[in-house]
Design a protein around this ligand. Structure first.
Ligand code: GTP
Ligand code: SPV
Ligand code: MN
Length: 581
């Protein structure tokens, strides 16, 4: 059944280890989907949501202790600890295998072992890569077939080569005590056990397309980044592609499919979470989206904030840990209209409006094919990808970072990305709202030493004769009342407009120590009514705040010792100088 020899050998090895009752090699067909759904409805791992209003859509409730990525249980297992660097958890490969082998031994007894070949990236693209995930979860297979190009198409792309990424996954007993997400970048292998949650279990996504791919990209001269990709077309018909790196639950999906509030502007979606970038013959950076679906944050998603996401979830969706209304429709905080009087909460308990409890888990998610999204275009399947005009870094920060600023050049842009800070969110277990360094939004996802990673960014800028301009945004600055100063969502186009105007040399900017911020008149705020009062707060670069920031940056960069490129210390010194002059 499996023609590829290397794959067939590996499947036999895993079978001997995990001892499943049966092995199913997935082909990605509709018939296979129907079978998996039927089976999941029967064992209760899926419920059908109201087929009249949400055709072909299902609901999954996870174990209550398995609702987000677990960064403290995620490891980079390379031979030398220094190669994982100070920001990753490290385990020696032999130790990791010794620890996890007993957990996988017999783990699939009484279960089916699914072999899931998948292609990351457009069919026929030189940038695309093949992986195979072996899993004992039908929910994982159903999600992988949405999130990747799965089955026969991947087998074809692989041919008889042996260089596919090997991902072994078992839900084990779902105990956080026996949960490990281990990455072996040197052998391009992933071992994940004890979780069924997205980023821990859909191994094509964060494990392959970011942690393994970032290491592979460094070796091969390309980049794997936690970035959305969008196309922005002005009323005059000028199109720019923009890639933006924001940490988890900080607005990538929303920006990627935004409906602009400015008349005549149009946004198209290429990707909402991950970008693979390479230097094109023209010296520009070109990006593909390795994924084929979206695994989006549900809470906060409504027709006002994100109409394209609302349209996307109306059919062929999988909902995880949302609430269900009495009419069996999905519901979450921030959805349209009044909350229902009563609902079943994400843990299956009765819920009433006014109980003060959240009905949906803050990290509840929807899984949908990218093609469900009205703003997705054929660009997503373009083998060449799209040429990137601007890279935007962004964080969730109540203070410090202004609405937008432009970096002075590529090297300064790399420094801006490397010193990004953002408040933690529900996308990972642990406290929410705590500011932390999250370089390039890759802190949890870089598969090697981040000092070397910054060096790779600098090298890519040298390799590209025409690199994108680099910006930083912050949609989450708050005023004295603790409320967001910026309306966000569709109004973010006003910032994108300024960015493309800067690229075209049309917009004015004011020099500040951190970079170039818009002059008040260069931002199109027409019809917004936030002008005189809020704008100064939004654009303010406070010297005292940034001097404190400088010390936090120093402490963070020091961690990398001599693995930190000296250029970043030069940028730090230059910022210090600009702040004191
Ligand atoms: P991951 O899938 O975890 O990588 O998240 P993401 O970066 O794609 O974030 P997403 O777009 O799903 O947004 C996360 C949360 O932030 C949601 O609750 C959104 O409603 C909210 N959000 C997104 N954009 C904005 C914005 O411009 N302003 C405000 N105030 N909230 C936003
Ligand atoms: C994130 O946490 O950044 C996500 C969701 O995009 S997950 O796939 O779980 O990583
Ligand atoms: Mn993400």
């Amino acid at each position: 059944m499996i023609k590829n020899e290397a794959l067939s050998r590996w499947v036999e090895e895993v079978k001997a280890l995990c001892e499943p009752d049966q092995v199913v090699v997935c082909d990605g067909s509709e018939a296979e989907r129907d079978r998996l759904i039927e089976l999941s409805l029967r064992d209760g791992s899926l419920l059908q949501v109201n087929p009249a209003t949400y055709p072909n859509s299902y609901f999954h409730r996870s174990s209550p202790t398995d609702v987000a990525r677990t960064e403290h249980l995620t490891f980079i297992c390379c031979e030398k600890k220094d190669d994982a660097g100070p920001t990753n958890n490290w385990m020696a490969p032999d130790d990791a295998r010794a620890k996890l082998t007993p957990l996988f031994k017999g783990a699939m007894k009484g279960r089916t072992m699914y072999v899931v070949p998948y292609l990351m990236g457009p069919v026929g693209s030189p940038s695309s890569r093949v992986g195979v995930e072996i899993t004992d979860s039908a929910y994982v297979v159903l999600n992988m077939r949405v999130m990747t190009r799965m089955g026969a198409v991947a087998v074809d792309a692989l041919g008889d080569r042996a260089d596919f990424v090997r991902g072994l996954h078992s839900t084990g007993d779902l105990s956080p005590e026996r949960r490990f997400i281990c990455h072996f970048p040197e052998t391009r292998t992933i071992w994940s056990i004890g979780s069924g949650y997205g980023g821990n279990a859909l191994l094509g996504k964060k494990c392959h397309a970011l942690r393994i791919a970032s290491a592979q990209g460094r070796a091969e001269g390309w980049m794997a980044e936690h970035m959305l990709i969008l196309g922005l077309t002005s009323p005059a018909g000028e199109t720019h592609y923009i890639a933006a790196a924001f940490p988890s639950a900080c607005g990538k999906t929303n920006l990627a499919m935004m409906v602009p509030s400015l008349p005549g502007w149009k946004v198209t979606t290429v990707g909402d979470d991950i970008a693979w970038l390479r230097v094109g013959d023209d010296g520009r950076l070109w990006a593909i989206n390795p994924e084929a679906g979206m695994f989006g944050v549900a809470p906060g998603t409504g027709s006002k904030t994100n109409p394209n996401a609302m349209a996307s979830v109306k059919h062929d969706a999988i909902f995880t840990n949302v609430a269900l209304t009495p009419s069996n429709e999905p519901w979450w905080e921030g959805m349209d209209g009044d909350p229902p009087e009563t609902a079943t909460d994400w843990q299956g308990r009765p819920w009433t409006r006014g109980s003060g409890e959240k009905a949906a888990h803050p990290n509840s998610r929807f899984t949908v094919p990218a093609k469900n999204c009205p703003s997705v275009t054929a660009d997503i399947d373009a083998p060449s990808g799209v040429p990137i005009s601007a890279i935007i870094f962004g964080g969730r920060r109540a203070k410090a970072a202004p609405l937008v600023f432009e970096s002075l050049d590529w090297q300064h842009g790399v420094f801006v990305g490397a010193t990004m800070v953002s408040e933690t969110t529900a996308a990972a277990t642990g406290a929410v709202g705590v500011p932390r360094n999250d370089p390039m939004a890759m802190l949890p996802f870089c598969g090697y030493n981040m000092g070397d990673y910054f060096g790779h960014w600098l090298a890519m800028g040298k390799k590209a004769s025409n690199p994108p301009k680099v910006f930083h945004v912050n949609w989450f600055r708050t005023g004295p009342d603790g409320k967001f100063l910026w309306p966000g969502f569709g109004d973010n186009v006003r910032v994108l407009k300024w960015i493309t105007d800067r690229i075209a040399g049309r917009a004015e900017a004011k020099r500040t120590p951190v970079g170039l911020v818009p002059t008040p008149s260069s931002l199109d705020l027409s019809g917004l009514g936030i002008g005189d009062e809020k704008l100064p707060h939004l654009l303010d670069v406070d010297a005292a705040t940034w001097k404190a920031e400088l010390e936090l940056q120093r402490a963070f960069l020091t961690k990398f010792g001599d693995r930190l490129p000296k250029e970043l210390w030069s940028e730090h010194a230059a910022l210090e100088q600009r702040l004191s002059s």
